[in-house]
Ligand binder design. Structure first.
Ligand code: DX5
Ligand code: ZN
Length: 229
């Protein structure tokens, strides 16, 4: 059975206690740390840059995954890898020379991932799928944490898993936006194997450890339904 990975998104962390919260997520069993980079152009919000990635790198040994929601990804890819990113995820909508961008990320020694906004069809991945390690299916329109999951994305995840199998690729399928104990089983059943979650982990009143454990349990419910489905 595939192991489902959980990647806390620091967008919902308390930035005044970022190091502490990342360490807490690591000891509670998080598999990766997700860093959302927004530029106020590609998305209507501004977050963090390489400096924060560098700071997070110092407090954890977990793989760091940077999700670049920026118009000029090519200009900044190297800075994020140098800051310690193990995976760089770029938006197909923001990269006119996507093949080159993906090659650059790999040449820099990081894992390339691509992502699609909810309205972007999977056909945009046709020519790049075999070159990437991961595809992130956005399950909200990017820009903020704490938004509601878009249910139509379940079918998109299933179709992507089917595409990956048909082409005999071992793609990681990531989901990002509105992932919680209710939506986790559905996305896992559809074929996602990496769950990114912000509010459900850092916003949980019972704390990071409890939230991670509950998310993991709910993901295994999705795996069981997948086996029986
Ligand atoms: C949204 C970001 C997400 C965000 C998810 O634009 O890409 O990574 O942190 O947050 P939640 O899990 O709160 O929807
Ligand atoms: Zn993200």
């Amino acid at each position: 059975m595939t192991t489902i990975q959980i990647a806390p998104s620091i967008l919902s962390a308390d930035f005044a206690r970022l190091g502490e919260q990342v360490r807490e997520a690591e000891s509670a069993g998080a598999d990766r740390i997700h860093v959302d980079v927004m530029d106020g152009h590609f998305v209507p919000n501004i977050t963090v840059g390489p400096l924060v990635v560098q700071a997070v790198r110092r407090v954890t040994t977990l793989p760091l995954c940077t999700h670049l929601m920026i118009t000029d990804a090519d200009r900044f890819v190297e800075a994020f890898v140098q800051a310690g990113a193990n995976m760089v995820i770029v938006h197909v909508e923001a990269c006119p020379h996507l093949h080159r961008t993906v090659q650059t990320i790999r040449a820099l020694g990081a894992c390339p991932g691509v992502t699609l906004n909810p309205a972007t069809p999977l056909s945009a991945l046709d020519e790049i799928l075999a070159q990437v390690d991961a595809v992130l299916v956005m399950t909200v329109n990017p820009g903020w944490g704490g938004q509601a999951f878009i249910p139509e994305m379940i079918d998109k995840i299933s179709r992507l898993r089917w595409m990956s199998r048909e082409r005999r690729l071992s793609l990681d399928i990531l989901v990002d936006g509105g992932i919680n104990v209710e939506t986790a089983p559905q996305v896992v059943q559809a074929g996602a194997n990496v769950l990114i979650a912000g509010e459900a982990i850092f916003g949980s009143p019972k704390g990071i450890g409890d939230a991670l454990a509950r998310l993991r349990t709910s993901a295994s419910v999705g795996q069981i339904s997948q086996l029986h489905g």
